[in-house]
Design a protein around this ligand. Structure first.
Ligand SMILES: [Zn+2]
Length: 123
């Protein structure tokens, strides 16, 4: 559907899925239940296109560092990307890309500080 045409970071994740209010309570405590999460962001945006949570597909966590050991253990580690890093994708067909700039403030993967992203769409 999409082809990487540029990647200055070189590390992304396709295994860890996205955060949700429920998973955040397991990972960080029930007092985080009210915080924003990617799954809920996806559901809100998909609703604008007449879709529901059943339409969510596995996501790509751009710039997220999730090493997997030879024994299969997965960890969410400190990010390796730097300010200004970017990816470029070429759509090979019509696609709907739903983006959540992870609002997570309880994990070191973004330094506990979500920062803005810029998205440019070209014809
Ligand atoms: Zn998230």
């Amino acid at each position: 559907m999409l082809t990487f045409t540029h990647d200055s970071a070189g590390r992304h994740d396709t295994c860890a899925g996205c955060c949700s209010c429920e998973s955040n309570t397991v990972r960080f405590g029930h007092d985080t239940r009210h915080l924003h999460a990617c799954r809920e962001n996806f559901i809100l945006e998909l609703a604008r296109h007449g879709m529901t949570k059943r339409d969510i597909v596995p996501n790509i966590n751009f710039f997220m560092n999730v090493p997997i050991s030879p024994k299969g253990a997965m960890t969410i580690d400190d990010g390796l990307s730097r300010p200004g890093d970017r990816v470029e994708l070429r759509a090979e067909m019509d696609v709907l890309c739903v983006i959540s700039n992870c609002p997570q403030i309880n994990t070191p993967c973004n330094g506990f500080d979500p920062t803005p992203i810029r998205v440019i769409i070209r014809d």
